[in-house]
Design a protein around this ligand. Sequence first.
Ligand SMILES: C[C@](O)(C(=O)O)[C@H](CC(=O)O)C(=O)O
Ligand SMILES: [Mg+2]
Length: 566
Amino acid sequence: MLSLRASSRIHGLTLPHRLHLLRSMSSSVQLPIKPLSVDEEADDFNERVQELNAWFNSSRFKGIKRPYTASSVVSKQGSYKPLPLPSTPLAEKLFRMLQEAEKDGKPLHTIGVIDPIQMTQMAERQEVVYISGWACSSTLVHGSNDVGPDLADYPYTTVPNQVHRIFRAQQLHDRKHYDERFSMPLEKRKNLKYIDYLRPILADGDTGHGGLSAVMKITKLFAESCGHQGGKVVVPTNTHISRLVASRFQLDILQSPCFIVARTDADSARLISSNIDPADHEFILGTTIAGRGLAELLAEAEIRGASGDELDAIEAEWMEKHQLVTFDQAVQKEIDVAGKGATAWDEYKKAVDGKSNSEARLVAREILGKDVFWDWDIPRTKEGFYHTTGGNEAVIKRLLAFAPYADMLWYETNTPTVEAATRIARLVREKFPGKQFVYNLSPSFNWAKHGFNDETLKTFIWDIAKEGYAIQLISLGGLHNTAVATASLSKKFETEGMLAYVNEVQQRERDIGCDVLTHQKWWVVSSSPFLVLRSGANYVDRIITTVQSGNSSTAAGGKDSTEHTF
Ligand SMILES: C[C@](O)(C(=O)O)[C@H](CC(=O)O)C(=O)O
Ligand SMILES: [Mg+2]
């Protein structure tokens, strides 16, 4: 809830200067105590529109297209300019970090975190935090706690809730660390390594969990809980663009500089929900064999009680017989059959560049002197989806279409290679110089099987960083690491008892200087009889000592604490 100070009038100043002054005097807003006149209200509105336009034109949004006006945003903001969100300084920091990454050709690379412990252990070295939808789906589903595989069917508050949890933990550890620093003399402080817990968070927004209003709601939650989101595409290009615009519009209403990352899964996508956008037509597959639709045959089989296996067999046989092709491939075949050769094909390709399927059909008829039979409805799946080729060309086309609307681009690759990453980035950057990318160093790949040797595996991140892959993340790195560390301890503990604990955990914590070794200091329930607080014990002790006028006999980190044995 916002705490707003009611203002008394400031005499001698006329609007809009008065309101402007009130806004700039403090980070909060002083609302006028009497309704403004219509003229005053209009002046204030115009001043806000001007201010917002200046923000839109600032270097933060260089190259970003907004298909709406600043006044359409201001009118949605309500009667006063939004206060800066806690995520704003972090988003601004990310902007500067990314500019530096671009200048140096170096990456911000990170490991997806699943909890506050992992966040603290990465804070010293990883400059950004990634929060994965997949990992949330497996570990922390908001509301129902019904964890499961990532089908993006969890409540849309799930990932924002995790972002909120991690952001809160970042803030607490920052406060704890700061207090620790200022509880020691300057000379000693010089030797205490400064840890920056306030790392910008990049969070997975998946497809936005619904229509445009849902996209706006999740965007708002992310911005409010501190985040930057990535969208996922299984939809027509223009639907994705609408979601990006909805997301930006929401951020603009909040006047938030949070980053929007447009992610496309077009590389591996084999289905598209609709053929409504001509931009997707060249990649949609159809059949050159007339006949009954696949979905119709499957529905019929289901009615007569066919089993799942039988249905799969019907589909496989149908697909085998029909060998789906794009319209261009169907035309190419007809050109070959007609013996018209390479010139006709070149002529066709040139004429259909950027055109819809209905236009391509007219061009083909012109060249071949007849219609080409090709149907994209016959093979539709029973859900109504169209088949699509996927692949890198589809990726490139989408990235180029999303570039004006997104701060960063993310294509989810099928195969991690420097060559593919380089080619795609260069083609995009030819048209959008300086555009930056996010790259998923996904544990879904068997990294040992992609032709890397130790050397190329080690340099991969830095090699692609030179091409603009400024944020790179092991999406499920934290999740896998928890799995392997726990499995290993569990295995050894079974037979080696406490020796296993010492060797696997305590000794290693000591060797690598892991601060959780002394977890009371790191994160503990205070032993105060008055308050039970989850917090950094020493930090809480100091607060309690302060409020109890310097007397806290119950301090959690007092002389009886087991931590003094470390
Ligand atoms: C990136 C991702 O969307 C995620 O939820 O983190 C997942 C995880 C992964 O497999 O790497 C995805 O790519 O679908
Ligand atoms: Mg995801």
